[in-house]
Design a protein. Structure first.
Length: 482
């Protein structure tokens, strides 16, 4: 359903857009008449928002494209305009995009929803709806806030991707968006470390961010992301995608720019001071080398990975560099924070022995502090996306959730092996390795369910589940990628 598609009467579109213009004009007049400078300044955003709404109504494709882009920067933008709930804008526009798609469904486009991954995602969605009445929780508001990132975004993103990202052009566009934003984010993180923070970023640190982002006098870059952990994981993910493209079957000029993007994002990952992201690249590369089954690349590739691992694990070279030192601690089994996390997981395991359906969505971490300040879980952080899913949804919920991941992991291999287009195959290998890398990193940090990786993962998994859609049957089959 690209921008040229028109499945709904243009007259209806024009009527709705005209109505939006009238309502916007009246709203602006009322707000400006109040005379409050602070409130009146918000009017500046209103035309842009209304214009975006009109665009999504005319074609939901624009809504999905906006969602992918917006996921990268809306949290950072909120540091500059804290009075505006930019996170709720995600909910509203994503829901509007879904509605716009539903009203445009034809028999052909609706048939694209007959997909196994959509099925297991829907199963997980209905399970989380059941969690609204989990007797262990009892606070509907906590569930309503927390369930958005757990399942509501996914149950909309998956069908939107199935219907709207229907051609290879969409796959190509997705890669361009991700790599460009990755490079921009890396430069912004570099700026924070080497040039300095602006007043709004300093204000965010002073409001509480300094506790986790200034360690031993060293600033951990967070760019325009929620925190340094999400920034580092995203940089590792984009670096991996760029590296796989740089060694793909492309012209030398394209390889050069992909390699530059890889270097920039790897540096960005280093400035975050995060340790978990290194596993995104490691496990992503291992999966790529195993998937291509090309021993001319597999053997030296594994050798390079082992050399880097040995350098970090068994030497102290470069420890004077803060970024290298932080990454190296990720490989230390006696590292203090790792021992604390293992201790917390032991406590949680005991707590969940009599709770097969978990404590309820919204009962852990920041939501626990807000809605359940006296609960047992408020003082036991999960520190992991999968531990969070386990604690809130129990072993039953974790099993249901794992089905969606297992579906893509298994069928992703099958689909990629059947691809004929070299470019499509390389991109799918990159998405597959990146997915496995983020899954691995999410065992130590809750990066999977946060922006922008939440959106990127569900779009990637959906694309992997229908990889043949992006293939080109006119291209000569190839057995191996060099």
């Amino acid at each position: 359903m690209r921008p040229t598609t028109s499945a709904v009467s243009q007259r209806t579109n024009n009527f709705i857009i005209a109505l939006l213009i009238v309502v916007t004009g009246i709203t602006m007049a009322v707000v400006l008449s109040i005379g409050d400078l602070g409130i009146g300044s918000l009017v500046a955003f209103l035309p842009a928002i209304v214009g975006l709404i009109a665009l999504i109504i005319s074609n939901p494709y624009y809504g999905l494209i906006f969602y992918v882009n917006y996921s990268f920067f809306f949290i950072g933008l909120n540091r500059y305009v804290p009075a505006i709930p930019l996170g709720l804008l995600v909910d509203g526009l994503l829901f509007l995009t879904t509605l716009s798609m539903v009203f445009r469904l034809t028999k052909d486009s609706a048939s694209r929803l007959q997909n196994g991954f959509f099925g297991v995602t829907a199963l997980w969605f209905f399970y989380t709806l059941f969690q609204a009445i989990n007797p262990e929780a009892g606070n509907f508001a906590a569930w309503a806030y927390a369930v958005r990132g757990v399942t509501f975004y996914a149950i909309q993103t998956v069908p939107l991707t199935l219907v709207l990202f229907a051609s290879k052009k969409d796959l190509d566009q997705f890669f361009r968006i991700v790599i460009i934003w990755g490079v921009v984010g890396a430069f912004w993180g570099w700026k924070q470390i080497n040039i300095g923070l602006d007043p709004f970023e300093n204000g965010w640190l002073e409001a509480g961010g300094k506790v986790t982002h200034v360690l031993a006098g060293q600033l951990r870059a967070f760019s325009f992301f929620s925190d340094a952990g999400q920034f580092g994981a995203t940089m590792a993910y984009v670096a991996f995608l760029s590296l796989i493209m740089a060694i793909g079957p492309y012209k030398a000029s394209a390889k050069f720019w992909y390699f530059i993007a890889f270097i920039v994002c790897i540096i960005g990952m280093g400035t975050s001071g995060s340790r978990g992201p290194i596993f995104v690249v490691f496990f992503g590369l291992i999966s790529y080398l195993l998937m291509i089954r090309n021993y001319r690349i597999l053997i030296p590739g594994v050798f390079v990975i082992l050399v880097v691992f040995a350098f970090l694990k068994f030497t102290f070279i470069g420890n004077t560099n803060y970024q290298i030192f932080r990454i190296r601690t990720a490989l230390d089994p006696k590292e203090a924070s790792l021992l604390v996390r293992l201790s917390n997981q032991s406590k949680l395991r005991e707590y969940l022995q009599t709770r097969p359906f978990g404590a309820g969505i919204g009962t852990t971490d920041t939501w626990a502090a807000r809605f359940y300040p006296t609960s047992y879980l408020v003082n036991v952080p999960t520190d992991s996306w999968f531990v969070k899913i386990w604690v809130e949804n129990g072993v039953v919920g974790l099993t249901v959730y794992s089905l969606s991941l297992a579906f893509v992991i298994v069928f992703g291999v099958v689909n990629i092996r059947n691809l004929k287009n070299r470019d499509t195959k390389q991109k799918m290998l990159a998405l597959y390795g990146g997915l496995l890398g983020i899954i691995t990193a999410s065992f130590g940090n809750p990066v999977f369910g946060q922006a922008p990786l939440g959106a990127l993962m569900y779009i990637s998994m959906t694309m992997l589940s229908v990889a043949n859609r992006y293939d080109d049957p006119d291209v000569t089959p190839v057995k191996k990628l060099s």
